[in-house]
Design a protein around this ligand. Structure first.
Ligand code: DOR
Ligand code: ZN
Ligand code: ZN
Length: 421
């Protein structure tokens, strides 16, 4: 056995005092007494969770690496307890075919500090069958946002659906019906919200609901009605922390400009209720970094996107420890469900699973500070808020962070090239 860890583990939504043995990057035994181990770590307080999977990040490589790249993005993920990320295709060039996909794979290989998967964007001519074995999933943009890969025509979408169903892969959707988005000049988050009403989100999902039962994942759901519609169609759903935390009434400035927009407080409260009732499948940060100077433009021209891969789990862990959020739901929505949705051998502390583990010293509450985060963005909407950052992070048995310090390497692998056993 390579490594044995003793402590209080979050196993299938319950805390258990036990030991976990790791060999060749996998969990091989779980039990009160696990003997041996070349190395043994004993955590006498705090909790050990499964590694979290963020099914929705924009790491900007290739082409937009002043905003983020695979090294900085995966380092940021690692420090947020996220041991696997699924990266979006709206890069430059966008990931739309075998050439751009293989080029991206070659570019990011050996740069990742956590495991990863890549999405390919759906375009009218996408060669789904050949792309499928190499991607985490497909991404459909029904509303315009960063990158220019909009596909919002029912016929064109319908034409691709058989191939997507046959591929067995998930289709993640930016569900905002572009025909319902106004392009009026914007000066504030209210204007942005007026231009991109919640009806555009609802209608995009309504149009997809004819594909009931397909593996469709609705990204960044902001509204409880959309969540219910998606669930009725058998779709999975993602929620961001920014849509759960902020309301257009009490935020100002481009830091909060994001697509879909920050909704009004009433919608936000409804969304939080849907999350607490277990009606949303998983968290997805939609980490969409832009540089300070991008964001310092006037509101109408500043790009949309918020930074979040490093702060989502630590904030939720702080909430969980304060009794404001169920730890079980954090386990389910942060680790187990995203991994299960995308067919990853991750997200549970269970024999045979990848040994991705995160230790939180739950007494160590700190205040978020943009200067100590690892994204290139250098700004955050969460500055000053309390969070519990991980103390130790293990990716497939590799200790990547110990005592809060990076001590690892660029050992992350592309999960689609390493299929589950
Ligand atoms: O605000 C957003 N920013 N929404 C998206 O869907 C894309 C993202 C980005 O890539 O900047
Ligand atoms: Zn999106
Ligand atoms: Zn996104």
């Amino acid at each position: 056995m390579d490594l044995v860890i003793e402590g209080r583990f979050l196993i299938d939504e319950e805390l258990k005092e036990t030991s976990v043995g790791i060999e060749d990057g996998k969990i091989v035994t779980i039990g009160k007494i696990v003997r041996g181990g070349d190395e043994r770590i004993v955590f006498s307080s705090g909790i050990i969770t499964p590694g979290f999977t963020d099914p929705h990040v924009h790491f900007r490589e290739p082409g937009l690496t002043a905003k983020e790249d695979f090294r900085s993005g995966t380092m940021s993920a690692l420090f947020g307890g996220v041991t696997c990320v699924l990266d979006m295709p709206n890069t430059n060039p966008p990931t739309t075919d075998m050439r751009t996909l293989m080029d991206k794979k070659a570019t990011v290989r050996s740069k990742a500090h956590v495991d990863y998967g890549l999405f390919a964007a759906l375009t009218p001519n996408a060669k789904i069958e050949s792309l499928a074995p190499h991607v985490a999933g497909f991404k459909l943009f029904m509303g315009s946002t960063t990158g220019n890969i909009l596909l919002n025509d029912d016929n064109e979408i319908g034409y691709l659906m058989n191939d997507i169903a046959r591929s067995g892969k998930v289709m993640s959707v930016h569900a905002e019906d572009d025909s319902m988005i106004q392009k009026d000049t914007e000066h504030s988050n209210w204007d942005h919200l007026r231009n991109r009403p919640v009806e555009a989100e609802y209608n995009a999902v309504r149009r997809l609901s004819r594909y009931k039962g397909m593996k469709i994942n609705i990204c960044h759901v902001t509204d409880p009605n959309t969540a219910a519609l998606a669930a009725n169609a058998g779709f999975t759903t993602e929620v961001t922390l920014h849509h759960m935390m902020f309301g257009a009434e009490n935020v100002t400035g481009t830091e909060y400009k994001v697509n879909p927009p920050i909704r009004d407080l009433r919608t936000r409260d409804g969304l939080c209720k849907a999350v607490e009732a277990g009606r949303i499948t998983m968290f997805g940060s939609d980490h969409a970094p832009h540089t300070q100077s991008d964001k310092m433009q006037e509101y109408s021209t500043a790009p949309g996107g918020m930074v979040g891969v490093e702060t989502t789990i630590p904030i939720l862990m702080d909430w969980a420890m304060k009794g404001k959020f169920p730890l079980a739901l954090l386990d389910r929505m942060g680790a187990r469900n995203p991994a299960a949705t995308f067919g990853l051998n991750k997200g549970r502390i269970k024999v045979g699973m990848d040994a991705d583990l995160v230790f939180f010293d739950t007494k160590k509450v700190s205040k978020i500070d943009a200067d100590t985060l690892h994204s290139k963005a250098g700004h955050t909407a969460y500055a000053g808020m309390e969070a519990i950052f991980p103390d130790t992070v293990i990716v497939r048995g590799n200790i990547q962070i110990q005592d809060g310090e990076y001590c690892g390497g660029a050992i992350g692998v592309d999960t689609s090239e390493h299929p589950r056993d």
